[in-house]
Design a protein around this ligand. Structure first.
Ligand code: UFG
Length: 329
């Protein structure tokens, strides 16, 4: 059985995953309510428009397409928004995910791959961050992800629902074929905003704070290419399908770049000036997030291809240049 339900499969990460599954002999069945996803990306398998808490739709999908596993990319993902609207985050990211999991249990589907996040760790006490680092999220987004990880722990014990939680650091870049890219509405992520500035669509990039305890005062993040992320999911899927145990894995490149360094790399990639200005800190942002991904390399055999930000930026810039309006018609 090669069908995989990709919930949120029309979004940035989900669409790259659907393409990767289809390229590797699986049939991605995409479920997406298109609140944030783009219909144009749903071309790699059957598509259902709807929500993950719609039990009757899920039952219909599962009866039409018996699935080997479910991958879940349908979370809200804006740290800043989660600080202002926590209810929205707990409702979608926790309550709706719980509904999806309950439906899986009822339908005897026992493999689940969850998009977790480095946000579950909060302000690191040491870097690189390993999987057993203390988990003290400092924003509702991170707390919502941690709650689902805890639910998954209990579901494994009670119902035998096996799961792998992939804790992404900062997903970035675009499909190297140029077919898919990063297009959020609204856009809040650093790299697409920088590239929109390079395209002249924004007057400047705002740097959220330069008084953090880092060498240049701006926040440091570990950027991971979207294709490497998709490969890790594929390996996680294969692990579950061969009957091996689930678990939690960090996914990053073990290298941190400050906001100012990211802007510099974008200036070289684009040959554009990219005006920048420093503004207030954004609430909910930890100063430094750098991953240790040794566990994923060892257990899953994961080997990222895009290990430096220059290469990641190049793919992002190619897509933005060729799609200045994103997926908008
Ligand atoms: N930033 C700016 N200016 C901007 C946008 C972002 O300075 O206009 C800074 C942020 O303050 C942060 C860094 O750039 O320090 C990266 O910000 P992003 O919004 O691109 O991503 P986050 O670091 O907030 O990523 C977090 C989690 C991820 C999670 C993601 C979901 O670390 O695990 O949010 O959006 F997946």
């Amino acid at each position: 059985m090669k069908n995989v339900l990709v919930v949120g499969g029309a979004g940035y990460i989900g669409s790259h995953m659907a393409k990767c599954l289809s390229a590797n002999g699986y049939v991605p069945i995409v479920l997406d309510n298109l609140d944030h996803g783009s219909r144009q990306t749903t071309k790699f398998g059957p598509f259902f428009e709807g929500s993950m808490n719609d039990a009757s739709l899920l039952q219909k999908i599962f009866s039409e397409y018996p699935v080997a596993a479910v991958m879940h990319f349908a979370a809200f993902c804006y740290v800043g928004e989660s600080m202002k609207q926590p209810a929205k985050y707990y409702q979608n990211n926790v309550v709706n995910t719980l509904a999806l999991l309950e439906c899986m249990v009822e339908e005897n589907i026992s493999n689940f791959i969850f998009s977790s996040s480095c946000s579950i760790y909060g302000e690191p006490v040491e870097t690189p961050i390993t999987e057993d680092h203390p988990k003290k999220p400092i924003n509702p987004y991170g707390r919502s992800k941690l709650m689902v990880e805890q639910i998954l722990h209990d579901f494994r014990q009670a119902y035998g629902l096996e799961s792998i939680c992939l804790r992404y650091f900062n997903a970035a870049g675009a499909d190297p074929d140029g077919e898919l890219g990063e297009d959020h509405d609204p856009e809040t992520h650093l790299i697409p905003l920088i590239l929109k500035t390079a395209l002249g669509q924004r007057p400047h990039i705002d740097i959220f704070g330069d008084d953090y305890p880092t060498p240049d005062g701006t926040c440091i993040r570990d950027y991971i290419h979207i294709e490497d992320l998709a490969q890790a999911h594929l390996l996680a899927l294969e692990r579950l399908l061969t009957g091996l145990s689930g678990g939690q894995y960090n996914l990053g490149n073990a290298t941190g770049y400050s906001v100012k360094q990211v802007i510099e790399i974008a200036r070289s990639a684009t040959n554009e000036e990219i005006p920048a200005r420093v503004v207030e800190r954004r609430p909910g942002d930890p100063a430094v997030l750098i991953s240790s991904s040794e566990k994923a390399m060892k257990d899953l055999g994961w080997k990222p291809k895009f290990t430096d930000l220059e290469a990641i930026m190049e793919t992002a810039w190619t897509w933005h240049k060729n799609n200045p309006n994103g997926y908008a018609p």
